[in-house]
Design a protein around this ligand. Structure first.
Ligand code: NAD
Ligand code: TYD
Length: 347
């Protein structure tokens, strides 16, 4: 099998690439990534010499390049993760999200459809998406696969659009596809623009912890390796034309999560208990901030037998340990353009 994984140098993509390269030595895994600010080949240096792995640098928006790639290599499956992924950046530059997440996805869909059109048997387009397409929940209820799309940010609107295009290619051209919509991931190799790694980095540096609004926003957190395992299952056992919700059964109000993280970090850094909590600073809210996300993951549990393998406390401790023992990785990122980003968004 030739498998194309897009966005494999990013956070979740690198865990998916690692899992497929290690678990399926008979597959040839092609990682296509543009290496934007979020793409980092250091995420894969433990597996990049393996003979069933190949990195291809390229842009999913580049139609000619994508078409020629699909002419050159006969892919059996595509796992599409490449995207602009940060809500705050989408508020600053929505068009970048339309280009990559919408046009880029249609480009890949088109190339897959054209190259597979004479025989779809054994082919699969797997689109990796987010629970944010469902919009915001109130204090009650969960997102199911039947929940209507109701995106509120330019990021979630672009992902919702890409999901619709995938479904449309299934209906119109018969393209075999699966989609999964997952909750917030955390774990090693997470770029420090998102809540957990940003706050880990700030705690290490004793910088303030910018909590948006009143901190009562709620997210459902899943350890990234559990997401990669779910993607593996859906890719191999998921039903054609189906959607699977993936979540951690693990809701946290931001402020409670941040306080737990402070406690764990104080312990790990041998600081006095309560020291990091003093860094919490309430700052201006994110515009259009979704109040609550929570996933009903019973379908993937019932149909494919998937459930998270670690508790949040275990996953968070593993994550903190990873960041503390990979300071070189973190320093490489935070010493570059990141400084400008941080100044622009937080000063
Ligand atoms: P990320 O930002 O860490 O990585 C994205 C990767 O895509 C990077 O390696 C980047 O270089 C690459 N990329 C961006 N634009 C590209 C382009 N034009 N051509 C080729 N490559 C390009 O993102 P992530 O957090 O790993 O998310 C991966 C996917 O999972 C995304 O589709 C995202 O919407 C989805 N998702 C993320 C989460 C989460 O919590 N992070 C949750 C659910 C779903
Ligand atoms: P984030 O990690 O950006 O993920 P998403 O917006 O996709 O859920 O943010 C998680 C939550 O943390 C969200 O409610 C916004 C909040 N947040 C802060 O309070 N401060 C921050 O600096 C960041 C990046 C996020």
């Amino acid at each position: 099998m030739n498998i194309l994984i897009t966005g494999g140098a990013g956070f979740i993509g690198s865990h998916v690439v690692r899992r497929f390269v290690k678990n399926y030595p008979d597959y040839k895994v092609y990682n296509l990534d543009k290496l934007t600010y979020a793409g980092n080949l250091e995420n894969l240096k433990d597996i990049d010499k393996l003979s069933n792995y190949k990195f291809i640098k390229g842009d999913i928006v580049d139609e000619e390049f994508i078409n020629s790639l699909f002419k050159r290599i006969d892919f059996d499956g595509v796992i599409h993760l490449a995207a602009e992924s940060h809500v705050d950046r989408s508020i600053e530059d929505p068009l970048a999200f339309v280009r990559t997440n919408v046009i880029g996805t249609v480009n890949i869909l088109n190339a897959a459809k054209n190259s597979w059109i004479n025989n779809f048997k054994g082919k699969l387009f797997y689109h990796v998406s987010t629970d944010e397409v469902y919009g915001s929940l109130g204090n009650e209820g969960l997102f199911t696969e039947e929940t209507s799309y109701d995106p509120n940010s330019p990021y979630s609107a672009s992902k919702a659009s890409s999901d619709h295009f995938v479904r449309a290619y299934g209906e119109t051209y018969g393209l075999p596809f699966v989609i999964s919509n997952c909750s917030n991931n955390y774990g090693p190799y997470h770029f420090p623009e998102k809540l957990i790694p940003l706050f880990i980095n700030n705690i290490i540096e004793k910088k303030s912890l910018p909590v948006y609004g009143d901190g009562k926003y709620t997210r459902d957190w899943l350890f990234v390796e559990d997401h990669a395992r779910a993607i593996d299952l859906v890719f191999h056992k998921g039903k054609n034309h189906e959607t699977y919700n993936i979540g951690g059964f693990n809701e946290w109000q931001n402020i409670n999560l941040v306080k737990l993280l402070c406690l764990v970090m104080d312990k790990k850094l041998n600081r006095t208990q309560g020291e990091s909590e003093k860094l919490i600073t309430y700052v201006k809210d994110r515009p259009g901030h979704d109040l609550r996300y929570a996933i009903d993951a019973s379908k993937i549990n019932k149909h494919l037998g998937w459930k998270p393998s670690v508790t949040f406390e275990e996953g968070l401790e593993k994550t903190v340990d990873w960041y503390l023992s990979n300071s070189e990785w973190l320093n490489h990122i935070t010493s570059g353009d990141y400084k400008e980003y941080y100044k622009k968004m937080y000063s």
